[in-house]
Design a protein around this ligand. Structure first.
Ligand SMILES: [Fe+2]
Ligand SMILES: [Fe+2]
Length: 288
């Protein structure tokens, strides 16, 4: 039986069919939003969760961060990771355990794509002369990381239908967003919007999830960040960080001009992402 828009929305209207928000999620997001937050404050929040604390301590001992001595204590691990990376890893750890999707490969690809989009969005702000000092800069990574969360809801609730969709996608010449809309009358952007309202996330993330495939529809106040995520999603989908090997997303090429960047900047963007991304090798250990 084909899945319809009505089936999907009816099922998701029931609270028990959506995962509950991870306990530390809103704490992690408000730390990111607040430029004055300190490593100590973050450590205090992380210490409420033994599993996340243990993961971060182990990451701080990984080759990329390793210092002269082995870190065994959370506060020291936090200092070694540094404020930015700490926030990123905290958010990623908090989110990655929330959804259970049967295929480990699908999950790994999903998080690799999301992480890469997070880092790429951040690099876009860094490299853009006009957006370098934007107030959205601190939310660049988190926005890229969260943009496709609606897909995880669909994958978790309708695994068979989702796999069939992916098969059609791989063989065809359309994008995931268009195929979902065409087959089901609903897409992961709309489901992301629903999830962010249910989880009571800050409004900015709702608009990221809702409009990352249609940045021209985003409210003016958020359009800079939505455009950056859209551009990052395009770069990642076409440069080896796709979550499905298919056509990259449909792309609004005016996004390049908006940031004063062009296709010629792709090698430098990727180079920077990969340098930061080396740190994210341990990301795969985070999501297991
Ligand atoms: Fe998407
Ligand atoms: Fe994406």
């Amino acid at each position: 039986m084909t899945l319809t828009r009505k089936d999907i929305l009816l099922k998701l209207a029931r609270v028990e069919n959506l995962p509950s928000p991870p306990r530390l999620l809103n704490n992690a997001l408000s730390l990111i939003e607040n430029p004055d937050s300190s490593v100590e404050e973050i450590a205090k929040i992380i210490s409420q969760d033994a599993a996340i604390s243990a993961k971060l301590i182990s990451i701080s001992n990984s080759p990329f961060f390793r210092g002269a001595t082995e870190v065994t204590e959370l506060q020291t691990a936090c200092v070694r990771l540094g404020l930015n990376e700490l926030q990123n890893l905290l958010l990623a750890s908090v989110l990655s355990g929330t959804f259970s999707v049967s295929s480990e490969e699908t999950m790994n690809k999903f998080w690799l794509h999301s992480m890469a989009c997070g880092y790429t969005t951040d690099v876009i702000f860094d490299m853009s002369v006009s957006s370098k000092n934007s107030p959205f800069k601190s939310m660049a990574f988190s926005s890229g990381l969260l943009h496709d969360l609606g897909s995880l809801v669909l994958m978790q609730q309708w695994p068979e239908e989702y796999n069939l969709l992916i098969e059609t996608l791989i063989q065809g010449d359309t994008t995931i967003f268009n195929l979902e809309t065409e087959k089901w009358g609903v897409n992961h952007s709309e489901i992301g919007d629903l999830l962010s309202r249910r989880w009571k996330l800050p409004e900015v993330y709702r608009f990221i999830m809702r409009y990352h495939h249609e940045p021209w529809e985003a409210p003016e106040a958020y359009s800079e960040l939505v455009k950056a995520v859209h551009l990052a999603d395009f770069i990642c989908s076409s440069q080896g960080f796709a979550r499905v090997e298919s056509m990259p997303i449909e792309f609004d090429s005016t996004s390049w001009d908006y940031f004063g960047l062009s296709e010629d900047d792709v090698p430098e963007i990727l180079d920077r992402v990969e340098r930061t991304g080396e740190k994210s090798e341990h990301f795969s250990s985070l999501i297991k």
